[in-house]
Design a protein. Sequence first.
Length: 763
Amino acid sequence: MPILLFLIDTSASMNQRTYLGTTYLDIAKGAVEIFMKLRARDPASRGDRYMLVTFDDPPYGVKAGWKENHATFMSELKNLQASGLTTLGHALRAAFDLLNLNRLVSGIDNYGQGRNPFFLEPSVIITITDGNKLTHSSGVAEELHLPLNSPLPGSELTKEPFRWDQRLFALVLRMPGVAVPDSEQLGSVPTDESAITQMCEVTGGRSYCVRTQRMLNQCLESLVQKVLSGVVIHFEKSGPDPPVIGEDGLVDPARPLSSFSPQPWHSCHKLIYVRPNPKTGVPVGHWPIPESFWPDQNSPSLPPRSAHPVVRFSCIDCEPMVIDKLPFDKYELEPSPLTQYILERKSPHMCWQVFVNCSGKHSDGAHPFGYLKASTTLTCVNLFVMPFNYPVLLPLLDDLFKVHKLKPNLKWRQAFEMYLKSMPPYFLLPLKKALRMMGAPNLISDNMDCGLSYSVISYLKKLSQQAKIESDRLIVSVGKKPPQETGIKVKNHSSALSLAHRRDFKQLLQGITGEVPLRLIDMNFKEFAGFQIALLNKDLKPQAYRNAYDIPRRNLVDQVTRMRFNLLRTTQKLIRGQDDDSLHSIPVGQMGNYQEYLKMMPSPLREIDPDQPKRLHTFGNPFKQDKKGMMIDEADEFVTGPQNKKRSNTGDLNSGTALKRRRSMSPLLRRPQTPPIITNHVLGKGPTGTQGQQGIIKPIPLHKENSKEQHLFEIEIPCVIINILTVTFDLFNAFFLNESVNFFDPQTFEWWCIYCILQKSYE
């Protein structure tokens, strides 16, 4: 899970504008958003964690830490303001402390037990600054200095404030204020010459000198490609240079050896890639890189380690050693002058051994723990990490399996015991796991110690508990706003005596309290200690009607009109003039905040009689109901049910009657229901009146068959008359109650036309 920490410069110099019309701070915010969009193209970005740190004084500089989500990160990013100093050193220290917060709790550093490349939290710190002078409260600094005192427990165990899986990159904005012709073509972006460049190179990163928007986009694409899982190692050459190899792959004695002058490949500070397991997504390894000291059980403390291990390599060609079933770790090196030099030799079957000084039992002892070897296709260089002093161990294990058949003799056991004594104790556990995988689990006893003293183990446990407490405290403090300054304190630099030492202090005090008349001539207002000058509150808008001099000249006539309207307003108007103006002066970011506005509104009054049902708007046809709540007679349901699927004359008549009833739905038109018509068939065969069907009750018809004219006068005309009377009644109520009649309602207009036609025909 890569950690991407953005360190944004919020000093006042970030308010300067570029030729694009935007400030440096706006460009920094846009760069963060562009980086996140470019990073989102990679499927591995789902596990990214974003953090935000500014140049504000700690602990207010951490805006988004371990517990904040993506929405909080974006909100804090948009609300950044440039108003402070360029305290780059303190901000970098706060960023490193934030990243190192949980390392002691999780035990990822593994102090005194070797360095495990597969125990890592890959972090990339991207600093966006303008590269100006480093300013702080005491003056201007020429060089970058990080504070040595850190509140984080366990920081004394590492010499540097960073770790080997943390890299620093810097985008130094150098955009001019006036547009210049863009004549240069896109190429490699040069490094900047500011104070942060050296710090970037120490951590394994680099700086970018950004002069145009195109260069900024190019730098962001380059940074996205550098978000990789790995650790930084410092490789140094030990011994003489290797012999020169000709084009045929053999040593060329005619060509002289390289001079003793240092070459770029002699010392490289580069990254080794630690690939995660494709199944689990977590890196897996077996062997650690040795410490630069021998762990002593009698030592009361651990010596501090450097952030990046110094791995030396010998330029003597050796054959790579590997035996069956013995695990090893393989890491690819980042392209560097060292990898280029090894690949140019075109010797994929030879390797250079690597070791760490003072890693053996004796002070001058340094045994190899792996080797550097070019790939078979000569595309990259790999670091193979093996057991400590593997040239001695591998022949012993080979004899154990091939010669002794897992039944070693006394001579082999003595040689193996000598090897275990020369090996650092923290290699015992991984070696025992490897032997178990190979099928020899009982070669190493279980009672062997790890090599650390009891005091060191207790100290590490205590540091872990303290780190947990400090982690909780820092997580709680994230997001807190700094206290607002109420005024500027005026310092008294005069050497004169204060008022308390004056002879007439008592009389002066009585004058201040009002006991005697105050003599202003004898008072010196510069003598008051702690005097503060009030600051202008930008959130409070000036009230123009209080002071005529606060009104701009172009707004004088408009302001007089407002004041006259406010003075002569009626008592029914509840909103004052200045309040009405403020309602139309809301910032754009708050225009859609309806929830806060609804919270300030008074709650609506309750109903007078809550038990009484609410009166619905029934203007028009009072019998119109929603189709979803339509009522159907039980007789119609029974007739049109699944038992009678055939269409007959009786069914058609009943269905037509049901449609009429659904259309009217008037309670006045409903008649007492009678039993439905039931067709009794024996097994569905034969007519209803056969002689074999004795004892069957004859069906009672629902109604007599009527003609269409009789049906019209009995059902439809009374329905029309009732609807017309209802509409007329509602219209008269509307006119008498001064209510507006909606003649645009189609139903209302239809009934009104029918009423007028019937009235004319009646006349």
